[in-house]
Every structure is written in structure tokens, then in C-alpha cells.
Write a protein that binds this ligand. Structure first.
Ligand SMILES: Nc1nc2c(c(=O)[nH]1)N[C@H]1C(S)=C(S)[C@@H](COP(=O)(O)O)O[C@H]1N2
Ligand SMILES: [Mo]
Length: 332
């Protein structure tokens, strides 16, 4: 019997950290999985995803997005960057389906031109921005951020964009504005799952004003030096690296300033599971699973070691003070 686990097709303890004892444990685990029949399913789903990853095309016809390496503290990690094919084929974008491969399969129908983002609510200079004007509003930078999904996996992605603060300062929030609400596109004609009952559409997210103004909060137009592929939230999205991935709303169409904590899509769907803050926190479990560890996509052979999840996803030095004195168990 041929057992395939790794990308190169054989059982391989890739990491030099693996001790002979760990290898032994892996073999034993493999035997256990084989005995229960679980190995076949795990390997089949692994192989399916790998095939999809290999078939994903870069949106090569689209322009490259230049970006200098960011000088914002914390905006660049030295960790190994996730491969483009993984970052663009393993996605959550529920408007295009709930399986990780659905967005890469289905998001080609998303129409990203023309595109406008509306700015409204408690703001002195409301208005509609054409994408080109929005692009030019700030200096494009490359930021290499960890993205930690609430489901327990993570990636390291080089985004291109500028701090959301640059847009917010330009439009001048009114003194009464305490939160920023983000609406994303909900077009049933091009998004097959808008209308499904998993979430209340449009997908809405929100940040407190100081979170939205934090220099790490990125308005992203690209990744890997190129325009965002549709499945990653083209043409413009949010990336909030110290919060669970679902706060990073894709395909933004509206930025609204408000005095009330926004009602977000995931919070409305399951308030006890997805709080407004949703800061990455290894000490606060999701009601159905632990958040203490994570699986790094690309390191996830059947036996890859999990990584320890870091407080605020590793950005504690930069953002910890935003939450000084707050009970983070209550404000999950
Ligand atoms: N509009 C919209 N934005 C979204 C989602 C979504 O379903 N719809 N999923 C979120 C979740 S759960 C995650 S983990 C990230 C994934 O971003 P990526 O596919 O670029 O890695 O997008 C977030 N933004
Ligand atoms: Mo997520």
C-alpha cells in the first residue's frame, strides 16, 4: 500500500525538530488512523486541496502593486511566508460557499470594476470613492502579517495597502463617532451564497475608533505584490492582524461612522461564539474548541506539529494598551 502524506508523496518528518520519539509517535498515530479508517478521509481531503492549490492561476493580467516594506512597528514578521497557491486556494469567503476551496472555484464571477466605496455616517466629509481614487489616497506599503482564523489555522501573507487611518483622517470623523462599521458587497447575481441562511447579508464587521485608527489596521488592495485575487477579497479589504480573521472584511463597499457598537454578521449569527472584539487570545477558548494552538497552512501534513497561538496574534507590544483594564474574557 502506498501511503501519501507529504507534498512530495511519502511519510516524512520534515522538520529537523522532530525527535526519534516523535517519529515513533507519528507512526503509531498513522497506524491508529489506518485502523479507524480516518486516514483515508484525511488523505483524500489533503489530496483534493493540493490539486486545487496547484490549479489556481494568479490574476496575472492585472497590474502589479508596488509597495515599499512598511516601517510601521510590527508590520513585518520574519516567519516564512505562506505559499501563494495556499493563500489563494484555502479561503473563507462565505458569499462564494462555505468550503475552503469554494471561493477559489467560484469567485471568478465577482465583478470588481467599476467599484466604489461609500463613506458615510458621523463624518464631516462623506462621499463615494472610486477605487482608483482610494488607491491613490495613501502610500502603498508591503506588510507581512500573520492571519489567524478563529477555526484554528493561520497563514503569513504579504499584503499591499496602507493604514486605514490614512482614509479615516482624510474624511474627518465627527466627535460623536465611536465605531467604524464595514459593509462588504452582497450581490446575489454574482455571489452564489448570498441569500443562504448561514449569515445575515451583507457581511458586516466593525472596529472601535481607536482600533480602526491603529497603524497596523490595513486597507489592503493587493498581496504578494499583485492585485488581490477575488477569493482574497478584491478589490479592497480590511486586514486587522491581531484579531481573528473574520474581522478582516473582504470586498468593502461602505465605511460608516457610528456612535454605537456595530452589529456584526458573525456576532448576529452566534453571539456566544463570536464577540465584537475577537482579539486573538490563546487563553480564551471558543465554546466548542481551544484557541491555544494553531495549524499553519503549508505545514499541515498529517503529522505537522501545531504552533502555540500568541496573545493578540503576536502583536501584543503594538496593541495591548488598547485593551488596558478590560476583561478580555468578558470582551471576547
Ligand atoms: N465578506 C467576507 N469577508 C470575509 C469572510 C467572508 O466570509 N466574507 N471571511 C473572513 C474569514 S473567517 C477569514 S479567516 C478571512 C480569510 O481571508 P483570506 O481568505 O484572505 O485568508 O476573511 C474574512 N473576511
Ligand atoms: Mo476565519
Amino acid at each position: 500500500m502506498l501511503i501519501k502524506t507529504g507534498r512530495d508523496g511519502y511519510i516524512h518528518p520534515t522538520s529537523s525538530e522532530i525527535t526519534p520519539q516523535a517519529v515513533y509517535r507519528q507512526r503509531r498515530e498513522m497506524l491508529r488512523l489506518l485502523a479507524t479508517g480516518a486516514a483515508g478521509a484525511a488523505l483524500a481531503s489533503w489530496a483534493g486541496r493540493e490539486a486545487l492549490a496547484q490549479s489556481v492561476q494568479r490574476p496575472g493580467k492585472l497590474a502589479a502593486l508596488a509597495g515599499q516594506k512598511s516601517s510601521v512597528a510590527g508590520a513585518v514578521t520574519m516567519e516564512k511566508v505562506t505559499e501563494y497557491k495556499d493563500a489563494s486556494s484555502y479561503n473563507n469567503y462565505y458569499e462564494f460557499g462555505t468550503d475552503k476551496g469554494d471561493p477559489a472555484h467560484n469567485a471568478h464571477t465577482l465583478k470588481t470594476t467599476p467599484w466604489t466605496v461609500e463613506v458615510d455616517g458621523l463624518v464631516k466629509k462623506p462621499g463615494k470613492y472610486a477605487l482608483d481614487d482610494l488607491l491613490k489616497l495613501g502610500a502603498q506599503e508591503e506588510r507581512i502579517y500573520r492571519l489567524r482564523c478563529v477555526e484554528g489555522w493561520s497563514m503569513v501573507i504579504p499584503w499591499v495597502g496602507y493604514s486605514l487611518a490614512q482614509l479615516l483622517e482624510k474624511v474627518e470623523p465627527q466627535p460623536g463617532a465611536k465605531f467604524v462599521e464595514f459593509h462588504t458587497l452582497a450581490d446575489p447575481k454574482t455571489m452564489p451564497f448570498v441569500g443562504s441562511r448561514v449569515l445575515d447579508w451583507p457581511y458586516v464587521e466593525g472596529l472601535r475608533m481607536d482600533e480602526a485608527l491603529h497603524p497596523l489596521t490595513l486597507l489592503a488592495f493587493g498581496m504578494y505584490g499583485e492585485v488581490l485575487p477575488n477569493q482574497n477579497g478584491a478589490p479592497v479589504r480590511l486586514v486587522v492582524p491581531w484579531k481573528y480573521g473574520f474581522k478582516s472584511a473582504k470586498s468593502l463597499v461602505r465605511v460608516r461612522f457610528t456612535d454605537k457598537e456595530p452589529k456584526t454578521a458573525w456576532n448576529k449569527a452566534a453571539a456566544n461564539e463570536y464577540g465584537f472584539y475577537s482579539n486573538v487570545n490563546p487563553n480564551v477558548d471558543h465554546p466548542r474548541w481551544s484557541q491555544a494552538t494553531e495549524r499553519r497552512i503549508g505545514e499541515d501534513g498529517l503529522f505537522a506539529k501545531k504552533r502555540k497561538t500568541l496573545m493578540f496574534n503576536g502583536y501584543e507590544a503594538q496593541v495591548g494598551q488598547l485593551y488596558a483594564g478590560m476583561d478580555l474574557k468578558k470582551n471576547y
